[in-house]
Design a protein around this ligand. Structure first.
Ligand code: FES
Length: 676
């Protein structure tokens, strides 16, 4: 009689086959091409190969499956449970479990190499885990005088035999460590292989920790998320202010700094690189880990941050034609940019789209997938430059528009960054014209009884971007400003909130408690005519950019709008639409995309194929240069009005009452008020 054959079916893949009795399950799985993880190569050390034997009748497969159809729990499994953590009920290490009879074997998600990493946002596909760096444990044969080959070749051969890895190369910096590491642990090594091509790190013996960090370098904030490359899980996050702020608040002032200081670019390059090193130390510390376990970084940034990080002078990005030195993705050993992770660790920087549309927008696209959508989708990342992408599965267009720093609180008389004490929400009673507001740091509205007590710690210090958008939109709805953005001076007779301010008028949003008799004291918060003008200029630039893209696509309406970035997360979409900052759309189809650029960096970290996909897609995106488009000015002028001179905003005004058109009295001349 021949050897007994047993049937096995693996779920969820459905792969099936017959094997001789006592075949190790991991071998059976491998031979069927079942997606099952392993780092230790079947030594019972890594615990990645866990399976569950399904119990019951499976008529479809003609299998009666029982856990007794597998070999009894082995010593290796018991040791694993003692050494690492107990195997959960019903779990087995497939590398140390033999097939004794027919069975159905479930490979749980945590044991699959290409498992799905769940994204919080319900409407998005999960990320398929497929990292570009993986660990492999291997026994390297002893050198043999009869077979004269170097230890590196022995290592390559062992990796081919055990793991099927072929045509490998090795980071030259590792060669000096190879023989000592081989000696230290009976010639057992763990290697990190990047892109199935290059050995980038070595450990003596078995090692199963591999981290990757996804970084979003913004002009204000730099944020990092450290992920476990074997599970995709975010283990630690950290952020800090971009230290380049000391060279200039916004991007253009940083470019000016470079123009005026011969060493300026170098100074900013080392500042951002040091900031990244601080972040790497910070995230690793949160898990009591080692910096040498960070094997990969993926990074997104706007074009100027991108160039400075790479050590490229960004001066050409300061003016037309905004020429990038390099637009394509960059992949280099991180050490070449003085980034201190594992010495062989790699950095991948997503591609830029155009001179003003950077790798951060590539990240937003990777995260939001407008190219997969039937719905005509607008993605807007508002910063000093608004980066705008519009399209669907057929065609994608991108441009940027110079919104300036008004939405960040700059150029606004009482403007400030979003921080405790900044007004962030505003409502104005259309009858009395009295405002109420909320400040960052408190959940109470200003007309609630405990408000004063609650804000005593930080006071009311100014108004941030989301507050400015709301107050201007509310002023328009309440009739304090006209369609053209003029503060109605005739209201001076109706409310003390409107005051003369030189040749124009201002709206008093907040009066300091101690200065109630002086509405225009330095500590009061006024919305001046010039503030309104700055918001008009900023929102008109953004809207004109969107209109140009709509023109190019020959479309009249947009189905959904996603607002990316910190600003997009905090603003009220309703108020943004009332201003005409974004085009008319069904309101519940407008939402925040959160830190989509950062999510894009995380996708690129966890799924290597996404890199090739975004590199290809970026080439296909049609780039529109707003400065060269003759209709930009026309759209810009129309968009100076609230919400727009020509566009009717039918969706918006089906749910929001349109204010009456009114004539405005001009202000009498008066004393010019001095403000900081
Ligand atoms: S393969 Fe590592 S424990 Fe089974």
């Amino acid at each position: 009689m021949g050897e007994k054959q047993v049937k096995v079916v693996f779920t969820p893949s459905g792969r099936r086959g017959s094997f001789p009795e006592k075949t190790p399950l991991l071998d059976a799985a491998r031979s069927l091409g079942v997606d099952i993880d392993s780092v230790c190569g079947g030594r019972g050390l890594c615990g990645r190969c866990q399976i569950i034997c399904a119990e019951g009748e499976f008529p479809k497969h003609q299998i009666s499956s029982k856990k007794e159809h597998l070999s009894p729990i082995s010593d290796t499994e018991r040791n694993y449970s003692q050494r690492k953590k107990s195997l959960a009920e019903g779990r087995r290490l497939s590398c140390h479990t033999l097939l004794l009879d027919d069975c159905v074997i479930d490979v749980p998600p945590g044991s699959q190499v290409h498992r799905q990493v769940v994204r919080k946002e319900a409407e998005y596909r999960d990320i398929e885990l497929d990292t570009s760096t993986r660990l492999y444990c291997v026994d390297v044969p002893e050198p043999d005088m009869e077979i004269p080959k170097g230890d590196l070749q022995h290592l390559f051969d062992a990796l081919e035999d055990s793991w099927g890895l072929v045509d490998l190369t090795c980071d030259i910096n590792l060669l000096n460590d190879l023989q000592p590491l081989l000696k230290a642990n009976s010639r057992t090594l763990t290697v990190a292989v990047h892109r199935n091509r290059t050995i980038i790190a070595l450990w003596s013996g078995f090692h199963d920790i591999a981290y990757g960090v996804a970084v979003d370098v913004g002009s204000t904030t730099v944020a990092a998320h450290m992920c476990d490359l074997s599970s995709g899980e975010i283990l630690a996050s950290s952020s800090l202010m971009n230290p380049q702020i000391r060279f200039g608040e916004d991007l253009m002032s940083r470019v000016s700094y470079v123009m005026m200081h011969p060493e300026g670019a170098k100074e900013m390059t080392s500042a951002i690189r040091e900031a990244l090193n601080t972040l790497f130390d910070g995230v690793v510390k949160q898990v009591n880990g080692s910096i040498s376990d960070i094997l990969e970084i993926t990074l997104v940034a706007n074009p100027i941050m991108h160039h400075l990080l790479l050590g490229i002078d960004p001066v050409e990005l300061g003016g037309a034609p905004f020429a990038l030195t390099i637009a394509s993705a960059v992949e280099v050993p991180a050490r070449e940019l003085d980034l201190r992770i594992n010495n062989g660790g790699r950095l991948y920087v997503l591609p830029c789209i155009a001179g003003h549309v950077g790798a951060d927008t590539a990240g937003v696209i990777l995260s939001e997938e407008p190219h997969q959508q039937d719905a005509m989708t607008l993605l807007v990342d508002v910063g000093t430059n608004a980066e705008i992408v519009l399209g669907d599965k057929n065609r994608l267009l991108a441009c940027s528009s110079p919104t300036g720093p008004a939405f960040e609180g700059a150029q606004i008389s009482s403007g400030q960054r979003a921080a405790a004490g900044a007004i962030e929400r505003v409502r104005i009673n259309p009858e009395t014209l009295e405002p109420r507001f909320k400040v960052i740091g408190s959940d109470l509205w200003s007309n609630q009884s405990d408000f004063q007590e609650e804000i005593i710690k930080f006071g009311i210090t100014g108004i941030c971007g989301s507050g400015i958008i709301e107050v201007v939109a509310e002023m328009y709805l309440a009739g304090v400003i006209t369609v053209d953005g003029i503060i109605d001076g005739s209201l001076i007779n109706k409310t003390a909130r409107v005051v003369e301010d030189g040749r124009t008028f201002s709206y008093v949003l907040h009066v300091d408690e101690n200065e109630t008799n002086n509405l225009q004291s330095q500590s009061s918060i006024l919305i001046t005519q010039n503030d309104i003008r700055q918001i008009q200029l900023a929102k008109a630039a953004l809207y004109a950019g969107v209109k140009l893209l709509m023109d190019k696509l020959a479309i009249e309406k947009i189905d959904r709008i996603r607002l990316a970035g910190a600003f997009g997360s905090h603003i009220s979409v309703r108020h943004a639409m009332i201003l005409g900052l974004i085009p008319d759309c069904v309101l519940d189809q407008v939402s925040s995309a959160g830190n989509a650029a950062g999510t894009g960096a995380r996708i690129a970290l966890l799924n290597q194929h996404s890199r090739g996909m975004i590199e290809k897609l970026v080439m296909e995106i049609e780039k529109i240069e707003t400065a060269l488009e003759p209709r930009f000015q026309e759209y810009f002028v129309d968009a100076m009005a609230f919400p727009n001179k020509t566009d009717t905003f039918a969706n918006l005004f089906s749910v929001v009452k349109r204010p009456l058109e009114k004539k405005v009295l001009s202000a009498k001349s008066g004393r010019k008020r001095r403000r900081k």
